[in-house]
Design a protein around this ligand. Structure first.
Ligand code: SIN
Ligand code: FE2
Length: 215
């Protein structure tokens, strides 16, 4: 069968990593600059900050959000909320280029009609990591997760439905998008400590956009 994905500019291959889960190599490369400029505008209004987990740990990854709902964590727990706890204002609205990237990537991965209402933006400096977790604060588990990697490369850990399942180690480069849903919607996943580096577009950091249907 003809591989339609590889005919799009910048898109190299679609790589299955589990049941309902795929890495779309280079899918966001052509619009990476535009995505990063949108992130720069968002962070002016809703700055990156290091959240505290319910257990009292300060996360090494700095986070912000755009869209009608934003994911937050503090001593009271993990949740989505309409306002930024830092400013009391609504989260910045989701720029069209982010929204359409998420919808198109989901469709390319087999999830037509994905409309994201929440985009978590993660900022990793060298050494920052995200321990294995499930994304389970969303109401509708039939919608997939779309995760866009920009800047420095990272090793993504993609495990099973049990915390102890040994995760696959998957290198994610600038422009790669991971989509997971269906049977792997609740897969444990995380990111290994980021290596030192300097990326032409982001400098000494990795930016990750995680799109979800939260409400
Ligand atoms: C996440 O699980 O929220 C982020 C994953 C990533 O940074 O690739
Ligand atoms: Fe996650």
């Amino acid at each position: 069968m003809r591989d339609l994905l590889s005919e799009l500019p910048g898109v190299r291959a679609s790589e299955p990593i589990g049941d309902g889960a795929v890495v779309l190599r280079g899918y966001a490369s052509a619009r990476a600059g535009e995505l990063l400029r949108a992130v720069d505008r968002i962070r002016e209004v809703a700055p990156f900050r290091h959240l505290t987990t319910p257990g009292g740990h300060v996360m090494s990854v700095a986070m912000t959000n755009c869209g009608s709902l934003g994911w937050v964590s503090d001593r009271r727990g993990y949740r989505y909320q309409r306002t930024d706890p830092l400013t009391g204002e609504s989260w910045p609205s989701m720029p069209a280029v982010l929204r359409s990237t998420a919808t198109e990537a989901a469709e390319a991965a087999g999830y037509a009609g994905f409309v994201s209402d929440a985009c978590l933006i993660n900022h990793y400096e060298p050494g920052a990591r995200l321990s294995l977790h499930q994304d389970r604060n969303e109401r509708d588990m039939s919608a997939p997760i779309v995760s866009v990697s920009l800047g420095l490369p990272a090793v993504f850990l993609f495990g099973g439905l049990r915390r102890n399942d040994r995760p696959k180690r998957i290198r994610l480069d600038h422009g790669d998008i991971v989509v997971w849903g269906g049977a792997t919607r609740l897969a444990f996943h995380g990111v290994e400590p980021l290596d030192e580096g300097d990326h032409p577009l982001t400098g000494r950091c990795r930016i990750n956009l995680t799109f979800r249907k939260a409400g």
